[in-house]
Ligand binder design. Structure first.
Ligand code: PLP
Length: 480
């Protein structure tokens, strides 16, 4: 099959070949050059054309399938689905080529992807109230509207955050060591810059599986990403030590995406590694405050080793990613370099939102919102556990009940790729576990990553019922 596919892959671009191919295809779809239903060249053909290894193209296609841009139909290759963004804006989208070749329409009814706008409703009333309190007549915190915000963040917010993080997550810090940032994304960029400039760090260990966006981000910042495996106890600290790197990014409170919580044994081992290696640990506590399992949440890792852990948090899961607000609690040695990196990058985060967040925290409205959010997520997770037991024999939901998503390990007799494609045919959009792997680790059981907290309770049950039906279609015949 011939097709105009002038992907201009650059080998020394600081961006992986897979990512370049994905970006190219997404852009062609967005520009309307690649139309819904268009069949793409086989991975072998495209790999030959571009003179890259076939696995590079396979990975690019798989990721685009998981994201809903492409669909892989057995026997008929890989086709363009459409534009996920457009589907949402325009309502139901064309998704499926029916069995008889007739085009059938199938709206994405249940979008199980994590992140993006798949977070529960923003507490509008509370936010407006706080905004009004700080900006309205007589607002006590009204210094913000003439002048740029302080680069480290509004003093009142830094003080509220230091208090909140100590109380809820056991973080050992004070206002002067808290830097307000535009979400974890900016925290990571600042950390890459500051660690490289002041500590000579050129490599960062990342959990595998982990967040593909973060990996790209790190690589784009000129830092080499080194995958380190994860198991049910969280990061494999022996493998980290063997990798020889000096800095690592971890999600100890709720490993992304597997949901593992870093065990006490591994926490101690990681703290020992950091001391002995003169190493740095970036703690991405993205789901802080969202523990709803029995017992209490393990405190932040930072508590064990405040002089070596760069603690980062965000409102992207608890309020909204649209706010672009997050924080870093950094030891003295790195605080100055981080602040200087920030000063070079932009002129601070929106002061009005910072003041409103300070008010939300200080008034207790944030605590109240979190209680409701945890209750909602607890119910969804219970519905997920129950539906997985009913509809997905041989599958298991990993990790304690915390956060807005869960990792469902599937029976090894299920083809993950086919399940994801089948589910999409039945209006359920979900990502497979392989979308989060570096591809260099141990072979992993098939899995799906299920964002559940944004769905209605019966939506969780219904979506998993569809996954169960898709799993039956996607069964692999056991060998031997
Ligand atoms: C693992 C992880 N860390 C952090 C974040 C938040 O990033 P940001 O604060 O830049 O929105 C997310 C959001 O999806 C995430 O999945």
């Amino acid at each position: 099959m011939s097709l105009h596919m002038t992907v201009d892959v650059a080998r020394n671009a600081g961006e992986s070949l897979t990512s370049q191919i994905q970006r190219f295809i997404k852009r062609e779809i967005a520009d309307g050059v690649l139309h819904p239903g268009t069949r793409l060249p086989s991975s072998r053909r495209l790999a030959d054309d571009l003179d890259v290894s076939r696995s590079v193209v396979v990975e690019a296609y798989e990721q685009l399938v998981a994201e809903g841009y492409l669909e892989a139909a057995t026997g008929s290759g890989t086709r363009v689905v459409g534009r996920p963004g457009h589907r949402r804006a325009a309502g139901p989208a064309l998704l499926d080529e029916g069995p008889g070749g007739r085009r059938a329409t199938a709206p994405v009814q249940w979008d199980l992807r994590t992140g993006g706008d798949n977070v529960p409703d923003f507490p509008r009333r509370e936010w407006l109230l706080c905004y009004q309190r700080v900006l309205g007549p007589g607002g006590a915190r009204a210094r913000a509207w003439n002048g740029y915000p302080p680069p480290a963040g509004e003093a009142v917010l830094r003080a509220e955050l230091a208090g909140y993080l100590g109380r809820v997550r056991g973080v050992r810090t004070r206002a002067e060591r808290v830097l307000v940032v535009s979400g974890f994304a900016q925290a990571l960029a600042l950390l890459c810059t500051a660690l490289a400039r002041t500590e000579g760090v050129r490599e960062l260990a990342l959990e595998d599986p982990g967040h593909p966006g973060q990996r790209r981000f790190v690589e784009e910042a000129g830092v080499r990403a080194v995958p380190v495996p994860v198991d049910e106890e969280g990061l494999d600290v022996d493998a980290l030590a063997a990798s020889g790197v000096r800095a690592v990014l971890v999600t100890p409170g709720h490993q992304f995406p597997t949901g593992a919580v870093l065990s006490a044994r591994r926490r101690d081992a990681l703290a020992r590694w950091a001391r002995e290696r003169d190493g740095w640990v970036i703690e991405d506590d993205y789901g802080s405050g969202l523990w709803y399992d029995r017992g209490t949440a393990p405190p932040a890792l930072q508590r064990l080793l405040p002089e070596r852990v760069l603690y980062a948090g965000t409102v992207s899961k608890t309020l909204s990613p649209a706010l672009r607000l997050g924080w870093l609690a950094a030891p003295e040695r790195l605080f100055g370099p981080l602040l200087r990196a920030r000063e070079r990058q932009d002129l601070g985060s929106d002061a009005f939102s910072q003041l409103a967040l300070a008010e939300l925290l200080g008034s207790g409205l944030f605590d109240r919102h979190l209680r409701r959010l945890r209750e909602r997520a607890r119910e969804r997770r219970a519905a997920l556990d129950e539906a997985v037991r009913r509809h997905l024999p041989g599958a298991r939901v990993l990790g304690p009940a915390t956060g807005l998503h869960a990792y469902v390990r599937l029976s090894r007799y299920v083809s993950e790729e086919r399940l994801v494609a089948e589910a999409l045919r039945s209006s359920v959009l979900v990502r497979g576990g392989s979308a989060y792997r570096f591809g260099t680790g141990r072979p992993e059981a098939p899995a799906v990553v299920v964002g559940h907290a944004h769905l209605p309770r019966d939506g969780v049950a219904e979506a998993v019922r569809v996954l169960g039906a898709a799993a039956r279609v996607a069964r692999r015949v056991p060998r031997g």
